[in-house]
Design a protein around this ligand. Sequence first.
Ligand code: ZN
Length: 337
Amino acid sequence: MKKLCLIIFLLLISGCTVKEKTKTIIEYENNYVVSINYPITNIKKLDNKIVKYINKEYNDFKKNNSNYNLELSELNINGSYDIVNDRYVKVYIEKYVYSNKVENFQNISFNFDIKKNKFVNDIGITEIKEKKCIKYTPSNKIINSNKKVIALTFDDGPSIYTESVLNVLNEYNARATFFVIGSKVKYYSDTLINLLDSGNEIGNHTYNHKLLSKLNDDELLNQINKTQEIIKEYTGFTPTLFRPSYGSIKKSQKSMIDLNIILWNVDTLDWKYKNSKVIANRALSKAKDGSIILMHDTHKRSVEALEIVLNELKGEYEFVTISELLKIRMLRSTNEE
Ligand code: ZN
């Protein structure tokens, strides 16, 4: 009887027909849209908790998206609840966040114990599903095909020096291309996103730097595809460029690869020479319009050499990514026709 009374009481307070009673917040500003719909259960303690959760999500969203005012961001929350039995209420929250960096869908459900007035996770119906993917928005730098250009490329990273390379590039308003090793990507995803944000490019440099001529077809494709996938997963960017490890690849293997295979024409040998001035001079003595310079973002001396090179050539050249260089070559050749 007591149990029945409680059920009737619950039905009354939630109301069979007013079960869908919700509160809605809709906000539309220049750079974001917020749409929140959450249930009101009339169980005071539960409602307080839901409101607290909603407020936190809402404030986090506004905080995280205040900088991304170039593109519309969106927060969408939809909540509902079910009376499980005379003791438990199950609350469902669907959360969707979208910005130029993240698209994230969360499906959350949890149980509220009316008797103990608290949330419980031990009656076996709690689930959290999360899908996270990062969106990459390409920068639209204006390319001047008449200016002399150089494409700097950095292989074998990302590493602890990559962020320093980025800082030097930014200081000189220069861009570069980073041919990264797939197995390292997940440890430096923030750095790679920062690179892309500054207009740099990421290329594929195999998963773990194997000598490709020793691999069979499956192993070769695995090295490339695994790296494509992990770069996409952690940065949202899909490379179109491939540089074989050691710059070495068999002719028969080349035909199997869909990506643009990019080597270099100025080698700084920064892995061999330990002196940043020697490394910089190798670049400076050979650099000319259209050069592709090979360096490695895996040594401190390479960062120092980069600074010397940029300081020396800053007025004379524009430092572009490989894709930009390819575009410039195309523009120039069509202009010549
Ligand atoms: Zn390499």
